[in-house]
Design a protein around this ligand. Structure first.
Ligand SMILES: CC(C)(COP(=O)(O)OP(=O)(O)OC[C@H]1O[C@@H](n2cnc3c(N)ncnc32)[C@H](O)[C@@H]1OP(=O)(O)O)[C@@H](O)C(=O)NCCC(=O)NCCS
Length: 137
């Protein structure tokens, strides 16, 4: 059985290793241990845990302000993809964000995943106040 819950401090190495796995696959950015630690402290990392022992997925909610926060680092181990775990992690983030009275969540993703995120309500309609700009260095 797979459970979704917030991560605790002693699980930092397991989360770090999941994030490194996603980074090695070229699918997520690498997060520093310092960042991960702070996210855990604020209960802003959700993990998917199989049978109370195996970490199979994670996601973070990076709080910037109540107006706008960011969903980051979503990663499910390959064998556990496409069976609803990602959707459950998104829902856990939405629930927490609502409790925190966050008004809007952004995500930066690939074209491939646009449809997956749009099924959970993310869209790229022009924002009233903000646009994303990128500079290559
Ligand atoms: C993207 C990801 C988080 C989705 O989670 P998941 O648990 O696999 O997805 P779910 O089971 O909740 O959703 C399944 C649906 O999404 C679709 N889907 C999942 N991954 C997909 C992908 N890479 N491309 C296109 N569609 C995808 C499935 O086809 C399925 O569609 P259906 O509902 O029409 O049958 C997960 O596949 C993953 O960790 N991928 C690698 C890491 C990554 O790319 N992270 C995103 C960084 S922004």
């Amino acid at each position: 059985m797979i459970n979704i819950r917030t991560a605790v401090r002693k699980e930092l190495p397991l989360i770090d290793s999941l994030n490194r796995e996603g980074f090695a696959e070229g699918l997520v950015l690498k997060r520093s241990k310092k960042d991960l630690k702070a996210l855990i402290k604020n209960e802003n990392i959700f993990v998917a845990v199989k049978d109370n022992k195996e970490f199979v997925g994670m996601v973070t909610l990076d709080f910037y302000s109540k107006r706008l926060s960011e969903l980051r680092s979503i990663y499910i181990k390959e064998n556990f993809r496409k069976s609803g775990v990602g959707k459950k992690l998104l829902d856990a983030v939405f629930e927490k964000a609502k409790r925190m009275r966050i008004k809007e969540i952004m995500v930066i993703t690939s074209k491939e995943l646009r449809r997956w995120f749009s099924k959970s309500g993310f869209n790229n309609k022009p924002h009233k106040f903000k646009i994303a700009l990128f500079k290559k260095l």
